[in-house]
Ligand binder design. Structure first.
Ligand SMILES: C[S@@+](CC[C@H](N)C(=O)[O-])C[C@H]1O[C@@H](n2cnc3c(N)ncnc32)[C@H](O)[C@@H]1O
Length: 279
């Protein structure tokens, strides 16, 4: 009996999770909580599986784009690692017909959903798949992130953002992406990128178990939660990231907005947000 249970455990777990999200989706539908431009919780592979969280996250980021990154309704925006459009929906109400949104990701699920549900109604919103390798998200990807060239021309975007993407990428991959961010940004354009940054305060929080994630493996410039699949969650030394921005000519707009993940009381968002400008 024990053996049978052990063998069946993953299957039973999967079945229970599916049933749970199925019921959640059904109650969301009955209570009319779900906008047709919000995916069902079952499909939210890219973050918290909740409609309220999905809406709040998009709304919060729209505020950052407007107030901290100077985004205008006719702006051109690139969302690298757009997932299933968590930060896209409020932009459909802000960008006008001269504005443009481009999103790319390495997972088909989100791209297909966004094309079907968002591009069909907002033709200036485009989504595409980039078959880039990531040991956690796309272990069979064809292209190396350390060599990948974003499929856009240089000096094109007013705003490039990456929400919780560098928190799943390793140093050489991150550096190439940062140089690509620089390349595709217009002069005076902004980038907003989220991180888990390691500095004196966050390290103290990790060591005393106050932070929400314990990056227990220390690999010099970065730390991770999983030594076999380090892209599971990655944090970077703040000094390392600052040097990279300098190397790639991106001017950090001070101060960095530190997040609540490290257990701080004063924070803007969950992750640390760096906003920078291409001179
Ligand atoms: C935690 S999710 C965040 C999704 C979305 N940016 C958001 O804020 O909701 C991380 C996303 O990064 C994507 N990703 C991971 N590595 C990537 C890469 N090298 N290039 C583009 N996207 C990547 C994953 O597929 C996933 O959708």
């Amino acid at each position: 009996m024990k053996m049978i249970l052990k063998k069946r455990a993953p299957f039973l777990l999967d079945m229970s999770i599916n049933m749970y999200y199925g019921l959640k989706d059904f109650s969301d539908m009955l209570l009319q909580r779900r906008d047709p431009l919000i995916p069902s919780t079952r499909l939210m592979f890219d973050g918290p599986r909740s409609i309220q969280d999905f809406k709040k996250n998009g709304a919060d980021f729209l505020e950052y784009f407007i107030n901290l990154c100077n985004l205008k309704p006719d702006g051109k925006v690139l969302d690298v690692g757009c997932g299933i459009g968590r930060k896209t929906l409020p932009l459909t109400q802000y960008l006008d017909s001269n504005g443009e949104y481009e999103g790319f990701d390495i997972i088909d699920l989100g791209i297909n959903w966004c094309n079907k549900n968002i591009t069909s109604k907002y033709p200036n919103f485009h989504f595409q798949k980039a078959d880039v390798l990531n040991k956690y998200y796309n272990p069979n990807g064809k292209y190396k992130a350390s060599e990948y060239k974003f499929p856009f021309e240089e000096n094109y975007f007013d705003l490039v953002f990456l929400g919780s993407v560098f928190t799943h990428m390793l140093p050489n991959d991150l550096e190439n992406y940062l140089s690509e961010v620089f390349r595709v940004l217009k002069s005076d354009g902004r980038c907003l990128i989220s991180y888990f940054l390691i500095n004196k305060n966050s390290l103290a929080s990790i060591q005393s178990n106050i932070s929400s994630i314990n990056f227990q493996y220390d690999l010099e410039d970065y730390r991770t939660t999983d030594i076999d699949i380090p892209e599971d969650a990655v944090s970077y030394k703040e000094s390392y990231i600052r040097n990279l921005y300098q190397k790639h000519y991106l001017e950090i707009l001070e101060p960095i907005n530190f997040g609540s993940w490290s257990g701080r009381d004063d924070y803007l968002d969950y992750q640390d947000l760096i906003i920078a400008k291409k001179p």
